[in-house]
Design a binder for this molecule. Sequence first.
Ligand SMILES: [Zn+2]
Length: 83
Amino acid sequence: MKKTMFTIFIVALIIFVIDWGVMGVKLLDHNYEVMTETYIGLLCWIIMIGCALYKSFSNKCPHCGRLRLTNGDYCSYCGKKIC
Ligand SMILES: [Zn+2]
């Protein structure tokens, strides 16, 4: 599941970068009809934020169930090892 979210994040990031490239070229070409690119960029941005939020909220300790803020091997609340 985490790998899927990561893939979605990377795809959204790539689309976002390409989208900004297209928008930049259009603006340099004095073409200000970039509404489609704006929406695509916004959508990618929302997807990326969604993935980041999901990642931070799914990072829970299997022993005490509290949210882990670090990616260490041991839980910072109960001190047990994260498998
Ligand atoms: Zn814990």
